[in-house]
Design a protein around this ligand. Structure first.
Ligand code: ARG
Length: 469
């Protein structure tokens, strides 16, 4: 809780809205009502909004140039105090908007009281949150780009590295490790698109919608919108103060992105386990156990997996806050910021941790190759060979291959270890040429269809992404 250094008398009504009140709110009322501990994070946006609003009021002749100059210099000083850590926040002043306005009054006196002309905290807070989120989306886009670059570097280095591809987490067909990494580059690309869409849609200005109905003052909403970098003012004042779908859209895109990260995080947990031992994380990205000295735990990957739950929870929180709220503003909406800030923190940290782990990853190529050759992962190649070279219909080839796999299993051999006689006993049409397709690398190299895993395709895709980013 913010320490309250407010000089106001305990029993005095709120200086900014207490005209019809005789007494101050109870301590518990203040505790549930105050949001300053959360929304002080939007101080810079609030100052920018107020500065644009004051300039517009003066340009439209609603306040004098002198008052505007006093307001601007007061806002500037408050900005310095906040950045310098000398600003005193007060819970009695509820939120960042009133904390700043009260400080302005202390600094410049009467002119401060003119700043709130033709404005309400309802359009003010909606403006601040949109501005804040716009910056947050830019941060996230930068982190996503960096993460993609790490994945692409790994894909380039490991284009020829063959690993088992899985379905049902059962070995299915050999794939390029680089191909697997590029799958996540695609996901992150779509995530960036979703965040960019959210940014485009949120970039319009609620400022000037006032409490809910607009204002009778001759304001210029185009001017404030432009000054704040918005595409234009929102067309409907009721919508402007009550819409939070921009925050929900951010949380939705963040949830999808986090779910993507959690899948790779889970793969790291599996791949670093002793049963797989496909990859390793260095000391920098592992933790030990306080009782089992041999342990190296992939905690960062596990925490990325867990933060996904938190981010999806943030989306649910705001969906539930907004559900059934009548137009326009209700105080419920004050609870919109915590989930947004929390999801932003969790996602940024997750993206940085995933990028760090990708840059750190040790690739155990021999283990990957060994696993790729096990579990009859080239059985489809054998069946395809029968179709292609011996004219066998695919369904029949599938059956023949199944019989050969059973025989190899009985002999504890891989497909490429099984003798020609053994194969011919099942299908006399099989010749020595079959062995060309039974190795995992031959299998992967043969998958040259567009989007397929052949290392040459992976290199083409790596070049595509390098050019694109
Ligand atoms: N702290 C409030 C919020 O975050 C600001 C808006 C208050 N509006 C009001 N009508 N009480 O939503």
């Amino acid at each position: 809780m913010t320490k309250d250094n407010n000089t106001e008398n305990d029993n005095q009504a709120n200086a900014l809205w207490g005209g019809r009140f005789d007494a101050a709110p109870s301590a518990i009322m203040q505790a549930i009502n105050a949001s300053i501990d959360v929304d002080k994070r939007m101080a810079a946006q609030d100052l920018a909004g107020s500065s644009a609003h004051a300039a517009m009021l003066a340009a439209c002749g609603i306040i004098s140039k002198d008052d505007e100059a006093a307001i601007q210099s007061g806002l500037k000083q408050i900005g310095e105090e906040i950045r310098g850590g000398t600003f005193t926040y007060s819970a009695a002043l509820e939120d960042i908007h009133m904390n700043i306005e009260a400080r302005l009054a202390t600094l410049i006196g009467e002119a401060a009281g003119r700043l709130h002309t033709a404005r309400s905290r309802n359009d003010q807070v909606a403006t601040d949150l949109r501005l804040w989120l716009r910056g947050a989306l830019d941060d996230i886009d930068g982190l996503l780009g960096a993460f993609q670059k790490s994945l692409i570097a790994l894909a380039e280095a490991e284009a020829e590295t063959i690993m088992p591809g899985f379905t049902h987490l059962q070995s299915a067909q050999p794939v390029s490790f680089g191909h697997h990494m590029l799958a996540y580059v695609e996901m992150m690309h779509r995530d960036r698109g979703r965040f960019a869409d959210a940014r485009n849609r949120l970039n319009e200005s609620p400022l000037g919608a006032a409490a809910l109905a607009g204002t009778a003052y001759p304001i210029d909403r185009e001017m404030t919108a432009k000054a704040l970098g918005f595409d234009g003012p929102m067309r409907n004042s009721l919508d402007a103060v009550s819409a939070r779908d921009f925050a929900l859209e951010f949380l939705s895109a963040a949830s999808i992105c986090a779910v993507h990260l959690s899948r790779l995080a889970e793969e790291l947990v599996i791949w670093t386990s002793a049963g797989f031992a496909f990859v390793s994380l260095s000391d920098q990205f592992s933790t030990g156990s306080s009782i089992m000295p041999q342990k190296r735990n992939p905690d960062a990957a596990e925490l990325v997996r867990a933060k996904t739950g938190r981010i999806v929870g943030d989306l649910n929180t705001l969906l539930m806050v907004m559900k059934g709220l009548p137009l326009a503003y209700s105080k419920d909406m004050q609870e919109d910021k915590e989930p947004v800030f929390d999801a932003y923190e969790a996602l940024c940290l997750s993206l940085s941790a995933m990028t760090g782990m990708m840059d750190d990853l040790g690739i155990k190529r021999d283990a990957l190759a060994g696993a790729a050759g096990a579990a009859y992962s080239t059985a489809t190649d054998l069946a395809d060979w029968l179709v292609r070279e011996a004219g066998v219909p695919f369904r029949e080839a599938h059956h023949i291959t199944g019989t050969i796999v059973k025989r190899a299993e009985q002999k504890s051999q891989t497909l490429s270890e099984l003798s020609l006689e053994d194969m011919q006993a099942v299908c006399p049409k099989i010749t020595q040429g079959i062995y060309d397709v039974l190795t995992p690398s031959a299998s992967a190299a043969s998958r040259t269809s567009f989007g397929g895993t052949a290392p040459q395709n992976v290199r083409t895709q790596v070049n595509f992404w390098k050019e694109k980013l």
